[in-house]
Structure formats: structure tokens, C-alpha cells
Design a protein around this ligand. Sequence first.
Ligand code: GTP
Ligand code: MG
Length: 214
Amino acid sequence: MIVKSAEFICSNSQVSKLPPPVKAEYAFIGRSNVGKSSLINTLTGKKGLAKTSQTPGKTQLINHFLINESWYIVDLPGYGYARASKTEKAKWDKFIHTYLDKRESLQCVMVLIDSRLEPQKIDLEFCNWLGEKGLSFVLVFTKVDKQSSIKTDQGIAKFRKALLATFDEMPQFFITSSETQQGREEILEFIDVVNQNFEVPVFLGSPLERGREE
Ligand SMILES: Nc1nc2c(ncn2[C@@H]2O[C@H](COP(=O)(O)OP(=O)(O)OP(=O)(O)O)[C@@H](O)[C@H]2O)c(=O)[nH]1
Ligand SMILES: [Mg+2]
């Protein structure tokens, strides 16, 4: 897919104020500092589109970016920020879980995993939560430019092993670097295919009041 346009639409702290759920949407989520905002800039080819920072906890709101005037990328605040208080963490959980669980136009959750780290409990727990909710997700291993491809493969094998404790199979995954653009085409191609099957959800009541049918 060629990205012809990418524009910032809105930042939200309330799920009730999101844009109408009438366009296919892809949420980028993962631990604080994993590289969500950087990957969004790489995918869109716009350097300053999503704000990045060396300090974890930069993205605090749900940010919508409209791509090619037809689908959304959503940048979410990172989870597992060590210095966040218990209250802040609980607030994050509620806010993000409500968004993920209720957003009818959400096509796929892109779960970013730092390729250099041992499998992290918080990432596995988050994948398990997505699995329990029946939400589609893929894994995106980030920052692979920082190590050899052998190390990356070993890291992915470890993550796969940890995930298979609760899942029957490894979800689809991508190997990426925002430095070298590795994985960019593959992710855009994946989104392109999913977009082609998108149908605008039919609402019976207010979309935000109606729970997802289990
Ligand atoms: N070498 C390298 N550095 C990266 C890559 N992706 C991100 N970074 C760096 O990692 C840091 C965090 O990147 P962000 O994109 O802001 O991370 P984030 O996940 O959006 O962080 P929060 O918004 O705080 O949750 C920045 O210093 C980036 O330059 C990558 O693929 N390779
Ligand atoms: Mg960010």
C-alpha cells in the first residue's frame, strides 16, 4: 500500500469522544518506550506525526491518525510504565480496556514487543487478555536494528514458547525497525488486506453504550 496522506485527527482521554467508528482502525499498543509512536511515523513516512520521546510515558492519550482518508491508525499510551502510580496504572487499564473492548471498528490490535527483551510478564498477560476477549491481534517485534538477526530470532522463539503456554498457535508476527524501515511494507500490506474486508458496523443503539456480543 502506498501512504498518500496521513493526518492527525484528534487526541482523547474519553472513549465516548472518539471519532464515529465508521472506518477501519488499527491500535498500536505495547510497553512504554517500545517504539509505538516511532513505528507509526515510519509506516506513514511522516517523521513528526506521532510524538516520540526517550522518556517513557510520552503518549498519554488515544491519538487518531487518518491514513489515505480512509482508515485510522491509533497511537495508545504505553503500559507497564514503572514509575506510574498504582492509581495511574488502574486508570490506564480501565481506559484502554474499555476502548479495546467496545470499539466496533477496531480491526486488529498491533501488540509491540521489544525484540531485545526476555518475554515480559506484562506483555504475555496483555496477549492473554486479548485472547480472552476474542480480539484479533498480531505481534510486532521492534528495534531489531539494535541487535543481530540471530538474537532477534532467539528472542522470538522464547516469546513464542511463553505464549504457547496459553495459546494453541503463535499469532501472525512482524519483525520491525523504525531506524531501517524493516517490516514497514509487510505491515502496510497486512492492513491493506484487512481493509478490503471492512464493512461499516451496523448500529442498533448507541455504539458506545452497546457492549460487544460475546
Ligand atoms: N534504534 C531504534 N530506536 C527506536 C526504534 N523505535 C523507537 N526507538 C527509540 O525508542 C524511544 C521510544 O520510542 P517511542 O516511539 O516514543 O516509544 P513509544 O512506545 O511511543 O513510547 P510511549 O509513548 O512513551 O509509550 C525513542 O528514543 C525512539 O527513538 C527502532 O526501531 N530502533
Ligand atoms: Mg508514544
